[in-house]
Structure formats: C-alpha cells, structure tokens
Write a protein of this length. Structure first.
Length: 235
C-alpha cells in the first residue's frame, strides 16, 4: 500500500518530502511549544550552552523525543506490513503516553496539524487506509511515521530527520529564552546532530513493551509550566 518511488539501483532515495514536512515552515505550529524548556530556563536549569547541550542530549537519549522515535518506527513498520491491529495499538499508546496535560496537547495538536496538511497536499492511499482505522487523535511522531511509510521514505532517514527537527525546535526556543547567540545555537545543533546519529538506530530495535523514559526533570518541567506565571510557549 505504500507509495514508494521507483529509484534506479544504487540511487539515493528522494528525501525532499522529509525536508518539507520537518522544516520550520511546515504548518504544525512547532514554534509554539517548548517541551517544558521554558520552565527550565526560568529556574536556571538551562542558563548557557553547556546546560542546554546536556538537557537536549538527555532528552534525545532518555526522554520524550526518544520514546517518540520508537513510536514512529513502530507506526512506520505497521503501515508497511498493513497490520491493522499493530497500528491501532501504536496509535492508542502514543495518544496516552504523555506525562502531563501540556505534553499531550503538544503531541496531539501537532499530529492533527501535520495530518491535515499532509493529507491535503501529499495524499497517498496508504495514508488514507491508516486514517480509516482510527477515529481518535494522532500523536505527532505516529503521524510522521505513517506518512513516511505511505510515501515509501526510508525509516532511518525519517527517524534522523524527525529527531533533528525536535532538537532544532528546542534549541530555537533556548536561543530566544536564555538568551543565547546564534553561534552558540549553531554549536548546540551540531552537538545534537552527533547524538541523533548515535541514538536514531536504537529506535528501530526497541520493542513497545520496553518503551519508557528517565528524563524526569523534563517531565516535571512540563507539569510546572502549566502554572508558570509568565509564559511564551504553550508547553
């Protein structure tokens, strides 16, 4: 059911769709969310380049972004296998797998926006098949995984692009909040890229029954953000 583009043997896959979907210009509203980072900056848990690098690295390895990558991989594989039951399980788990109200809002709102934009401009039969199985809301990483599989994009590149986009959004928020200069922001992006290269392959081999996280301070930050007096971001 996938829309894989035919490529000559040995040719590189066409990744332009990923560049578009995961760019800051794609209308998912990612700029409005900080994943709890705003509270971390207010409390000085993040105050400079070193502390930002540590925060983002922990999230990519042990926090929500890595869990999202695992969910993305399982959704992708379920679509390729045309496995209705497996895909429903991933959809249900992803919608519930959030440690706070704001984090759930973040992933579901972005998932809704991603699917609306992608179904309108990048239609694919497999995408419609997947959406026909589920009448609930779809978490953002699962939406990306479904769309990537429906368009025949490679899973490793999709995972790397997704995690890089998440890290870039966090770093962009920190550049404005700390504040950091553009040079330090670029250094943080380079550090995050090295981490993404290391951990993205792990998401493809992590079973759902081992899904979890240990970035507890980030989870607490997202809960604290709900009652933060002054807020620039929705999460």
């Amino acid at each position: 059911m996938s829309e894989a583009a035919a490529a000559p043997p040995g040719a590189s896959p066409d990744l332009l769709a990923l560049f578009v979907w995961l760019s800051p210009a794609y209308p998912v509203g990612a700029f409005a969310y900080s994943h709890g980072l705003e509270w971390a900056v207010e409390t000085q848990a993040i105050s400079d380049l070193a502390s930002l690098n540590g925060w983002v690295d922990d999230l990519l390895r042990h926090g929500g972004p890595f869990a999202d990558a695992v969910l993305l991989a399982h959704a992708f594989e379920a679509v390729l296998a045309e496995d209705d039951s497996r895909l429903r399980d991933v959809l249900e788990l992803a919608a519930a797998f959030a440690p706070s109200r704001e984090r759930q809002m973040e992933t579901l709102n972005q998932g809704d926006a991603f699917l609306a934009a992608t179904r309108a401009a990048w239609p694919a039969p497999a995408l419609e098949w997947a959406m026909g199985l589920w009448d609930g809301r779809v978490a953002y990483p699962v939406a990306v995984g479904i769309a990537a599989a429906a368009h025949g994009l490679p899973l490793p590149a999709t995972l790397s692009a997704y995690l890089s986009a998440v890290a870039a959004n966090l770093i962009s928020a920190a550049v404005r909040l700390v504040p950091l200069g553009q040079t330090d922001g670029n250094r943080a992006l380079a550090a995050a890229t090295r981490t993404v290269r290391e951990i993205a392959p792990l998401a493809t081999v992590t079973p759902l029954d081992q899904l979890g996280g240990a970035a507890l301070k980030s989870d607490i930050a997202s809960m604290r953000h709900e009652t933060q007096y002054t807020r620039l971001f929705r999460s």
